[in-house]
Design a protein around this ligand. Sequence first.
Ligand SMILES: [Zn+2]
Length: 424
Amino acid sequence: MNDQDVQREAIEPLSRPLTKCRMCKSEDLALYLDLGHTPPADQFRTKEELVLPEVSYPLQVVLCQSCGLSQLNHIVDPRVLYQHDYPYESSTTKTGKIHWDEFAQKVVRRLALPKNSLVVDIGSNVGTLLESFRAEDMRVVGIDPAQNIVDKANAAGVTTYCDFYCMAVAEKVADAHDHASVIVGTNVFAHIDDLEHVMECNARLLGPEGVFIFESPYFQNLVDHLEYDTIYHEHLSYLSLAPVAKFVLRFGFEVFAVEESDIHGGSFRVYIGRQGNHAIDASVTEMLQREEERKLHDLEGLTVFAKRVADNREQLITLIEGLRKEGKKIVGVSAPAKGMTLLNYCGLTTRELAFLTERSTLKIGRFSPGGYIPILPDDALVNEGADYALLLAWNFAPEIIKNTRAFQEKGGKYIIPVPVPKIV
Ligand SMILES: [Zn+2]
């Protein structure tokens, strides 16, 4: 084998095209949104790594014309996506804490859970949500695959198993702690390829009245607010209610309630129990009806959305090119994963942006995937100077603008890229 073969051998098994719908197994998949080929959004390289080859994967969304699920048509292996050498820790900000407390209280109240009921969290991280459930007198158990994070959770007294969610761990938890009253998964359901296995594990671990609740970004918000930059390889599915409701029936479960929340640009919380064991709340029929009216599972409606995405790119490129021709210096503020989708889709590199700034010390000193834009500390915005700051975490625009007053005082302006690029 020559070097190229060796490299190909190493790359190919780590990603594969989607051939069937993840939920209903239909092969009737229609491509409607093509964001090009991009490297994984979390692979910030060190200076030494810049000389190594970089692999890009298709970032394209298809509609299953049978059940209506929007999903990526290329699956990158978790070994590639989650190999970065810095750990993630769930947000312990005040807003985060309020959200999780409210989540736990609402669930305990809605399901009228008796004291000491067992709540299991999939992808529990350091145990922030479980601590909120514990404050409601629940017994709690976490499951998370990252050892360093699990050690932290256990040290804080939240019993946590180090594993991916699988049958072996579901059985281990059921044997040691009895059946679960609630299994929660926040921001994990859209990331998992084998959702059938998740439902089989749920069926094993949940008691007869047990409820599986997941919280994920709601696809309707992505479409309405043109949040196309939340599309990246970690997010395999773009969830709406109709496909999920149909999917869980196959496992003897049904959706009996749904709630919406503002977190992550608009999320929904879906309650799933064994068929016939829970009264179906009006929220379910209302949301299903709304999705139907909004053509959320309809190729025609989604093609209009894709056109708006392409228009956004044109407008943003025109705006930035215009400023560049006037000799203006443009930089990017913050380097979230979603910002990488926007930069790579719009083809923005060091030619357009001098640098990105970031608070996280784990990214500072590294380079953005694809465009290799250097990442500097937050204070570079003032110290290095710039005329325009492109806000990549535009959902936090008011907060960022408030926190960078020194930049404005020096005459700096901001570019908010989405839904319509504008200078403020
Ligand atoms: Zn389907």
